[in-house]
Design a protein around this ligand. Structure first.
Ligand SMILES: [Zn+2]
Ligand SMILES: [Zn+2]
Length: 80
């Protein structure tokens, strides 16, 4: 079994609502994609360190298409 983020892997989407205007926010991908100095093939190891979340969480950036507000959402990884 692998511990994976269901959102990164397209297994399902979660609904995140903007704190400001209450629109549905759009998944901009895991936060590690926004860091310059990492190697993609080390994604899992590095992710556990740089985003401050435990390795069983995947932190995604969600952005509101209306007001551009963004926030981090921790997604629980699941075993598949
Ligand atoms: Zn993810
Ligand atoms: Zn908004």
């Amino acid at each position: 079994m692998d511990l994976v983020c269901p959102v990164c892997n397209g297994l399902y989407e979660i609904n995140v609502t903007c704190d400001i205007c209450f629109k549905n926010m759009i998944d901009k991908g895991p936060v590690v994609n926004y860091l310059d100095d990492y190697s993609p093939y080390l994604l899992d190891d590095i992710a556990a360190k740089v985003d401050g979340a435990p390795s069983y969480k995947c932190v995604h950036i969600y952005q509101c298409p209306n007001c551009k507000h963004d926030k981090r959402v921790e997604i629980d990884r699941i075993y598949i």
